[in-house]
Write a new protein. Structure first.
Length: 203
């Protein structure tokens, strides 16, 4: 966490410096902030306990509500890179993602489609249920496409659909016919989500 804090501080300092570089009537580099709220639902399934050679498969039934904010540097408002932090309330857990963010507008217009990419890690816990074991957050990746609309001189609204991968560090039990208690195995649970978010950005 200390390294993340240092990285964010450096990014903010560089952003402030670059935001002062302006061309005639148009800023070449500058600082941006984007704040977003959204929801997502689990897709696909994952494997869990093994009983006498047969492994169970569980549907990903998670529902996630999220809030996040991203701060970074943009070039003429069309392409930007930043650092994001957020909070995610899962149906069976609570996570705090920290990630790098990249966006790119399809056309150099105030109203246009865009793409985004996020890579990072989620800190938190997925609670155990009667179907799977407790887990903690790990690597995450997300990709999105959306549309942005200019509503004021430097204020934009974003609508985005996204696909997200979240690794959960957890365990499963391998029950052999003669194993009491079962063998507990560490593994990485692949969790996939499809979602929608809306946000506002100032730059």
């Amino acid at each position: 966490m200390k390294k993340i804090g240092i990285a964010v501080a450096v990014l903010m300092a560089v952003s402030a410096s670059l935001s002062s570089q302006e061309t005639s009537g148009d800023r070449t580099f500058g600082y941006f902030n984007r704040t977003e709220a959204g929801f997502a639902f689990g897709v696909g399934s994952f494997k869990t306990d093994i009983f006498q050679g047969l492994q169970k498969t569980i549907k990903n039934d998670e529902i996630v509500f999220s809030l996040q904010t991203i701060n970074g540097i943009h070039h003429k408002g069309r392409v930007g890179i930043g650092v994001g932090v957020g909070v995610e309330k899962w149906k069976h857990g609570l996570f705090f993602p920290v990630f790098g963010h990249l966006f790119y507008d399809v056309k150099p217009r105030e109203n246009t489609f865009f793409g985004s990419l996020g890579l990072g890690s989620s800190i938190g816990t997925r609670d155990s249920t009667s179907y799977y074991h407790k887990g903690t957050g790990a690597f995450m990746a997300q990709v999105g496409i959306g549309y942005k609309m200019n509503v004021l001189k430097r204020l934009r609204v974003y609508y985005e659909v996204f696909f997200k991968y979240q690794a959960i560090l957890s365990t499963y039990s391998n029950w052999y016919a003669d194993s009491i208690p079962p063998v507990v195995v560490d593994y990485k649970v692949p969790a996939y989500f499809l979602g929608f978010r809306i946000g506002v950005s100032y730059y």
